[in-house]
Design a protein around this ligand. Sequence first.
Ligand code: GCU
Length: 719
Amino acid sequence: MKKRTLRIALIMATLSVAVLRAEDGSRLWLRYDRIDNPLLLAGCQKSVTGWIIEGDSPVLRAAAGELEIGLSGLLGRAMPEARSARRHGSVVAGTPAAAGVIASMGLAKELAGLGEEGYLIISTRFKRKNITAIAANSDRGVLYGVFHFLRLLQTGQEITGLAIKSAPEIRIRILNHWDNLDRTVERGYAGRSLWAWEDLPGRLHPRYTEYARANASIGINGTVLTNVNANAQVLTESYLRKVAALADLFRPWGIRVYLTARFSAPVEAGGLSTADPLDPAVIAWWRDKADEIYRLIPDFGGFLVKANSEGQPGPQNYGRSHADGANLLADALAPHGGIVMWRAFVYDNNVPDDRAKQAWNEFVPLDGRFRENVLIQVKNGPIDFQPREPFHPLFGAMPGTAMMPEFQITQEYLGASVHLVYLAPLYEECLRSDTHASGPGSTVARVIDGTLHAHSLTAMAGVANIGDVCNWTGHPFGQANWYAFGRLAWDPDLGSAAIAEEWIRMTFTGDAPAVATIGKMMMASREIAVDYMTPLGLHHIMYYGHHYGPGPWVDSGRADWTSVYYHRADSLGVGFDRTPAGSDAVGQYFPPLRELYGRLENCPEELLLWFHHVPWDHPMKSGRLLWDELCFRYDAGVQSAARLREEWEGVKGSIDPERFTEVAGLLAKQERDARLWRDACSLYFQTFSGRPFPADLAPPQHDLEWYKAHTYDDIPGIK
Ligand code: GCU
């Protein structure tokens, strides 16, 4: 009893600290502040009077802890676990295995088909009392159900009359950290890597558990700890012990760890003279390595591999194929249940006629030759995480192979952690794209959820934007992209706007006008960035190296890393001809997309310059000529960026001053950058079009040379 009183006092103290402490963004969407609408609060306090978890395991203890802090915070009173469910308003969570209330409810039929991770949340009666039951087949399902229930409270939704049934559409929902062992993060804009390798395995930072909690709350169940540009050192025994320490911490939150495997590891870490995938010594080395890993980490997830791309070693170094390489690792992992995610982001050192075609050319002939525990991990578009790309033509093109998408959450080409760009509409656009692989309705979502080609191994990866800065992602709105990735990986059919609303309510405010304004800003933001960076299908014209600002003039170095390779501007027009008359990349899409994209008159304008070299005087749907339209789009991007800043001013009183001021500062910087993009790109392309700027647009502030000479001293990321 004494212990219990102490615990309650501790909870209350934590709550009051939470109320007093500055909003630094560190609590993400799990703030659990008291429901501020008095009517709603009273209703919830009546409907939820206590909670109980049936059974005991590390995962259930995590769920119990979450219910305790969540309900105590949201309902504004200490809510330790109750002794029984025999009162109105009890929340009972568990599996039928615990032989308690949940078991007595006879839910077998409802639970069938929900798998290992699905759950039910139902309002029901028990011993003549109204209760809420959170039921699942496994403890992990209970944990996810608990987070769902808390989300209902956090977002002000109805919590009576519930009949919720949810199960993930995708089996492996995984973050890819591009984190190096020296704690730098490739394309990371939120400080250093979370993984303090120097302190592991002995010293465990509290952030690890916070990280796992946040991921579990949105259904993420896997994490690749290391960069795809891999370092074999992570496979050495001392590092594996560090990895094991993280795996132990993440396990109660349903999260498995994975590592990137450097293909040449048998040479670098094993002292062999070759990494040839068909060499018996190499095969034995990977087998032994897998055995060693599983001795330390029994639920190790598997390997992510970048091979024969951008200088990374791979099977082609030995005249072998991607299938030979992937199968080597797959065979080593298979006895333990591990998987291989083999990346299709490949392009070799010989510059191809069109880099957009290379992955398809290399992988389609290998369809059906990969082991059952291999997935091919494909970036959403054929080039590289651009503000807009068509979906990757590999989706749907390898029916005999499990395919998973790789989205970027970190904003490498989208303003890093400085610009507010909500990425869910980009993810959604890709997932809803119809590949026509098996006729209409063959969306990317149906390819990757396994239903189109009957695959049971399914996955979705997001390149993380997380670092050790206080608010995790640098830009407070970067958190929304992490959140949205998790929600969409659970259910690819969710809508971006609904996800944004959830996130805003949990992260910022439940004030309806503010929710509406912020939601509108978020939903418009991706298209705004496209306008001021790469309108009408332009792509890869960013500044060399850091990819932050404009660099359409970049013309030296490896050809397919330059901007001129992609925009192909000349006196006649602009854009990459990917029709049959050009590189014929359109030929990699199924009909009728070939015709849709391939004919100038049919091609959607947002992808026009991706697929066509278009004359400057080409008439556009707006009635303007291409040159004028390009200038208008750039200008519209700037106007809209200014509007974002103004709209944010409108939510001033509804947001805590700390985060309000921080975002206001970032939006001002974004507007500055948008102008830079507009002016630099319009001036540059004018040197080809030879046409005047439309009279009603403000002229650029400086001349082209000024923009070319501009350097960036205030942007995040590795310098
Ligand atoms: C991009 C990015 C690299 C990264 C690569 C990859 O090219 O700029 O930093 O390594 O993608 O996805 O492998």
